[in-house]
Design a binder for this molecule. Sequence first.
Ligand code: ADP
Ligand code: MG
Length: 560
Amino acid sequence: MAMKTEFKAESKRLLELMINSIYTQKEIFLRELISNASDAIDKIYYKALTDDSLTFEKDNYYIKVSADKESRTLRVADTGIGMTKEELENNLGVIAKSGSFAFKNENELKDGHDIIGQFGVGFYSAFMVADTVTVLTKALGSDTAYKWESEGADGYTIETVEKDEVGTEIILKIKENTEDENYDEFLEDYRLRSIIKKYSDFIRYPIKMDVKVNAASEDDKEAVDATEVQTVNSMVPIWRKNKSELTDEDYENFYQEKHYGFDKPLKYIHIKVDGTLRYNAILYIPENMPFDYYSKEYEKGLELYSNGVLIMNKCADLLPDYFSFVKGMVDSEDLSLNISREMLQHDRQLKQIAKNIKNKIKSELVKLMKDDREKYQKFYESFGRTLKFGIQSDFGMNKEDLQDLLMFYSSKEKKLVSLDEYVAGMPEEQKYIYYATGESYKRIAKLPQTELVADKGYEILFFTEDIDEFAIKTLMKYKDKEFKSVSSGDLGIEEDADEKAKSEEERSENKELFAAMKEVLGGKVTDVRVSKRLKSHPVCLTAEGEVSIEMEKILQAQGL
Ligand code: ADP
Ligand code: MG
C-alpha cells in the first residue's frame, strides 16, 4: 500500500464546496477532463514549436473515452504531455492550482496555444460522479510512470506503475445509483457521445470512442458485434462555423467552456467578416457584473487568436474602456503569430478590427434596448455606470457612441427611459431636457424645484448617481436640446405678459424685504428673488451658473 498524503485542511472544504456548488450539472465533469486532455496535447504541440528534437505528428495525438459497465469504470485517456510526480502533487494535490495557467504565463508573449485550463478546479469535478479517481500518467521525457489515486476529500496516494506510452489516463469508478441520482448514464456510450458533442465538439484533437457496429445481416444468427473506433467531435472551432449551424446552447456552452464567466451570457454577438479585413469574433455581454469588475484587478480584453492559435489571453486594445465588460475572442488570419504586445498596439489590422467590434457592440446594444427592454434594463443596471463614465472620459470623445445607450428614470413614466424617448415625448414649446439631482427617486420627487416644471407637464429625468450630471454636462445636448437642471436660475419657461407684470410688481414691492433677507443670510446666497417655480413650497435654492447645487457638493467633497 502506498502512503496516504493528507489534503490541506482548507482544500478539503474547498473540494466539498466545489462539488456541491460550482457545478450545477454533473455531466460537465467530462468536459473538464477532456479540456485537460486537450491542454496536455497542446503543451506537446507548443514544446515542439521551440524544441527541434520534438516533432508533432497530428495523427499521433488524440483523446479516447471508453466505458465499461461491468467494472463501472469510465476512462479518459490522452497522448498529451503527462505529469511528473511533482506535477501530480502540485497540480492534483493542491486544489485551485492550475499547471496550465502557470504554463500559459511562463510562455506569455510567445505563440502559446489554445490552452483552456486556468482555475485549477476542473479536475475535481470528477468526484461528482466517481467514488474513486485514478490517474495513470507518464510525463514526456520521463522513464517512470505514476499512479495517483483518491477517494475525494480524504487525500490521495501516489505510487510508481508500469505504463508504456507518454500521456495520461483518468479512470473513474462511477458511483452507484441512488434514489434520486442516476449515475449509470455515465456508462452509456450514447449518453457520453452526446455530452462530448454538446461541450467538446470543437476540441481540436480527435475524441475517439469504440462504437459497436452490427456487422452481420439480420438472418445471420452467428453474427458477432464488431467494434470500430470513431471520432465523435467535429474539431472545427465554433467561431469558424456558420451561424446557421449553431444554437443558443452552443454559444452558452462556449462561454462556460472558456470560463468567460460563471453566469449565463445575457447576449452573444457572432461576427464573421470576410473582405480585405478577415476575422471571426464571438463576443458576450455578461448577465452579471464580474465580482471584481470595479476593482483594480479587473482586466479588460478579448482573447486574440491568429488562425486558430491563441496569441494573447487578454488583448486590451480590442475593447474601449466603456465596453470593458465584454468577453470573448477574435480570430484573424491576417495577424502574425509572433507579434509582440508592443507591435500589436500599432497594428493597423488590429485597430480596424477594434473599431469594427466597437461599432458592432454599440449597434447590438441599441437593438437590444429596442427589442428586449427587460434584458437591456438588466444589462444597464450592471453596466450603465461604465457607459456614463465612458461619456465623461477622454474629453467627451466617445459621446456620440454612447449617448443612445443611456437611460434615466423619468418622472412621468416612472421607469427608465432613453434620451431619444424623452425628446420624442417633449411638447413642442418645451425648450430643454429637464433633470433633477438627488439621493433617491423619492427624495427628488419631493424637491420644491421640480414643481414648476412638473406643473407644466414636462418630464423630468431623475439623477441619483454622482456620475449622472457630469456625464450630461459632457453631452451638453441631445438632438439639439440642451439639458437643464430644475434648480438652475433660468428654467427657460416663458411667463405671459400678465404674469411678467405681476412678478415685476412683487419684485419692487418687496425689494427691502429681500435685501434684508440677503443681509441676514450673510453672503451664503447671491440674491433673494421672487420665484414662479414654487407651488406648494414657500422657498427653494437655485443655482446661478453652470454648476448645480448637487454637483457643487460633489466637487467640494473631492476638494475641487
Ligand atoms: P485547470 O485545467 O483549470 O488548470 P484542473 O483542475 O482541470 O485545472 O487541472 C489541474 C492541473 O492538473 C492542470 O492545470 C494540469 O497541469 C494538470 N492536469 C490535469 N489533467 C491533466 C492531463 N490529462 N494531462 C496532464 N496534466 C493534467
Ligand atoms: Mg481543467
